[in-house]
Design a protein around this ligand. Structure first.
Ligand code: ATP
Length: 281
């Protein structure tokens, strides 16, 4: 598999935060979900990929090209959507179009107009009068109407209603359909990536703690529930244990389930449960 995004041994010190030796690779035609708590380092990683900040060490390539190799092509390949609009509040759709025409060779005006029409974005309103969801739709219209190789989304689905979100998920899947493009998707809303991510990467205090294919990740863990008094000698296997009056719940590596025998209940976790238990551990 050919990689679209390769982040290699990237570190960055920002005040008392340290992004610690982050490495990941995202093949062409796939979606990677990037999850972590507030302040874990998601936006810092994205800012480095977008070349808004320089790492202290390490390297990033997109489609085999580093920023140093070809700054213009590097940036053109990226379609970035964050959780807010980066256009001036007084802008209307026609002003956004002017800017896109000026900055991007591959901007397709017809496609942009089609998306604006389909999403029902007002041509008369100023951006400052758009709702949060409308702003998100506008930002997606700007990246989907030009030729990009990778979409980098930072909490980009915030503010979308469930129907708009569902429609966006379909659009994202269509984006990677030809196997030549990829999506790097950072979110707090783990259920969003449950649906579409092929790879799950989790960052905690600046360090990656999970970097796996989603299906493998789901196979690798089990939720175990039962009575604390039956646990003798097994405590070391438990991840993120929570107790209540009725017993305990924790996560274990699936390959140690045999050691637990038949006195416990086992369930397959979803990505959200895996994230919660690992972060609690
Ligand atoms: N310029 C800076 N100077 C000092 N510290 C910074 C700077 N930029 C970010 N940080 C710190 O780096 C840490 C990681 O921030 P980052 O924005 O990458 O987290 P995040 O995972 O995106 O969080 P959130 O989900 O809340 O957006 C935070 O503790 C933040 O305060």
């Amino acid at each position: 598999m050919e990689d679209m995004l390769v982040v290699k041994n990237v570190s960055k010190k920002l005040g008392d935060f340290y992004l610690n030796d982050v490495s990941l690779s995202l093949p062409k035609g796939y979606i990677m979900g990037y999850i972590g708590k507030n302040g874990a380092g998601k936006t810092t990683t994205i800012n480095i990929i977008n070349h808004l900040i320089n790492p202290d060490c390490g390297s990033v390539t997109i489609n085999g090209i580093s920023y140093k190799d070809n700054p213009v092509l590097y940036k053109e390949q990226i379609g970035y959507v964050g959780d807010e609009s980066y256009f001036p509040p007084e802008f209307k759709i026609k002003d956004v179009k002017k800017v896109l025409k000026m900055f991007y060779k591959s901007f397709d005006e017809k496609k942009f107009d089609e998306i604006v029409e389909r999403e029902g974005l007002s041509k008369d309103k100023k951006i400052k009068d758009f709702s949060r969801g409308m702003n998100v739709k506008l930002m997606f219209a700007t990246v989907l109407s030009r030729e990009t190789k990778i979409l980098i989304l930072d909490e980009a689905t915030n503010g979308l209603d469930p129907i708009a979100k569902d429609s966006l998920m379909t659009t994202l899947q269509e984006y990677i359909e030809d196997g030549e493009k990829s999506i790097f998707f950072s979110t707090h809303v783990v259920s969003d990536l449950e649906q579409i991510a092929d790879f799950v990467v989790m960052i905690e205090n600046g360090k990656l703690v999970i970097n796996e294919q989603k299906e493998e990740l789901l196979e690798n863990y089990l939720i175990v529930k039962g009575n604390e008094s039956e646990l003798k000698g097994l405590e070391g296997n438990l991840l993120g244990k929570k107790s209540n009056d009725y017993g305990f719940e924790a996560m274990i590596k699936a390959d140690c389930a045999d050691e637990f025998g038949n006195k416990f209940i086992f369930e397959k976790p979803n990505i959200e449960q895996i994230a919660i238990h690992l972060l609690r551990a």
